[in-house]
Design a protein around this ligand. Structure first.
Ligand code: ADP
Ligand code: MG
Length: 259
């Protein structure tokens, strides 16, 4: 954990030949990928292809059977400094006995109170939860809880933000709002973001780079550079012929075709 107040920090992540077996099951095989600093990368793949496994390995919560992860040029051996993770299951990512503001402040407990309070205020406002600071998680909808989890990650100002299907269980409107919020804050803080999703539209909409995984034992089917302009727009971007083309390409890769 860092106490730096620098807002523009980011770090590159390198996956070097990662394989992971659970007994006789090989979940992922020889995954090599570069996650560039200050950009949004998305891993997309079918359910069960090892996306969560990869994120656990990247975050130092699990170890690969083979291969290594480097973060900022340093091998990942434990949970790296400057990392924040948003899990898929928001109902388990917040502390139920803490109000929203206390949840968001929790990773900042080593900061001086004035700076901590300012960051909490700022990130709660950024996710649209102003006025809800004193609610408990169980008093909020799923979308609001996920916003609070995102506010906590952002208040920490991570160098690397990992998100495991962060919007899988919120309604469509909340989902597009949270996608846009992520892009807005990422552009402002220039953090390195890695999102995992099984949603093809979401992968292309968010990403600078989409890493497409095959069915298990999963390999990288292809890495697709997304050259769509930013800032993106839910309507305009998705109507762009280039978006349609990229989405068709990713879809075909996921079906096992080459195009
Ligand atoms: P995804 O997130 O893409 O849905 P996971 O990484 O959760 O995929 O799982 C990939 C494969 O590894 C699945 O077949 C899953 O059942 C298996 N798996 C994941 N975690 C474990 C574990 N701790 N022990 C045994 N098998 C696991
Ligand atoms: Mg998963």
């Amino acid at each position: 954990m860092t106490s730096s107040t620098t807002t523009k920090m980011s770090a590159e992540l390198n996956l070097q030949g990662i394989s992971k077996s659970y007994g006789t099951l090989m979940a992922v095989r020889s995954i090599t990928a570069q996650i560039p600093a200050g950009k949004v990368s998305v891993i997309v793949g079918p359910s069960g292809c090892g996306k969560s496994t990869l994120l656990r390995i990247i975050s130092g919560l699990d170890t690969p059977t083979e291969g290594a992860v480097a973060f900022d040029g340093e091998p990942v051996v434990g949970v790296p400094d400057g990392l924040a993770m948003v899990f898929q299951d928001y109902s388990r990512s917040l502390y139920p006995w803490m109000r929203v503001d206390a949840n968001v402040a929790f990773p900042l407990r080593h900061l001086p109170p004035a700076e901590r309070n300012e960051r909490v205020r700022e990130s709660i406002e950024a996710v649209g939860l102003k006025g809800k600071e004193k609610l408990y998680p169980w008093q909020m909808s799923g979308g609001m809880q996920q916003r609070a989890a995102i506010a906590r990650a952002l208040a920490f100002r991570p160098k690397l933000l990992l998100m495991d299907e962060p919007y899988a269980s919120v309604d469509a409107q909340t989902r597009s709002d949270l996608e846009d919020l992520l892009l807005e804050i990422q552009a402002k803080l220039e953090i390195t973001v890695l999102v995992v999703t099984h949603d093809i539209d979401e992968s292309v909409y968010l990403a600078d780079k989409v890493i497409v995984l095959s069915a298990p034992p999963s390999v990288v089917a292809e890495t697709v550079e997304v050259d769509l302009p930013r800032p993106r727009d839910q309507v305009r971007t998705k109507q762009d012929p280039r978006f349609v083309e990229l989405r068709a390409h990713v879809t075909s890769l996921l079906r096992g075709g080459s195009d």
